[in-house]
Design a protein around this ligand. Structure first.
Ligand SMILES: [Zn+2]
Ligand SMILES: [Zn+2]
Length: 129
């Protein structure tokens, strides 16, 4: 595991595969973010995720990740002389000095595609191992 990830807290919003209720899990470690959609029962209908071999065409029985945010970096940064905003410290272009910071989504400028990609990866394959 990369240094610096372990001490971060993540907020994860899941959608239950059975009843489609949404629920939020807070203060998760990076490891947990990949495993909870496959392990936690739904707080509403108590459906448990089912992993392992499935028959062809059978519905995937794991909760869907609706949203993922990094509690310690839930803001936007951009370098003073660039136009692109970054939204996750996992991004290789995340500005570390000479940056402007916003705590809400900026109206002007564009969002970094790598930052979006990092979050998309979580949605596509909740399991990283
Ligand atoms: Zn449910
Ligand atoms: Zn970025």
């Amino acid at each position: 595991m990369a240094i610096g990830r372990s001490d971060k807290a993540w907020t994860l919003v899941l959608c239950c595969y059975a009843c489609e209720s949404r629920f939020t899990l807070r203060r998760l470690t990076f490891d947990k973010v990949s495993s909870v959609p496959l392990t936690v029962p739904c707080p509403y209908c108590s459906a448990r995720p089912v992993v392992g071999p499935r028959n062809a065409g059978e519905r995937l029985q794991v909760h869907t990740i609706v949203d993922l945010s990094d509690e310690t970096h839930c803001y936007y940064r951009k370098s003073i002389n660039r136009q692109t905003w970054h939204s996750t410290a996992e991004c290789s272009h995340w500005p570390l000095d000479d940056f402007i910071e916003l705590d809400s989504r900026p109206f002007a400028g564009e969002l970094c595609s790598e930052c979006r990609g990092v979050l998309e990866d979580f949605r596509k394959k909740p399991r990283s191992s």
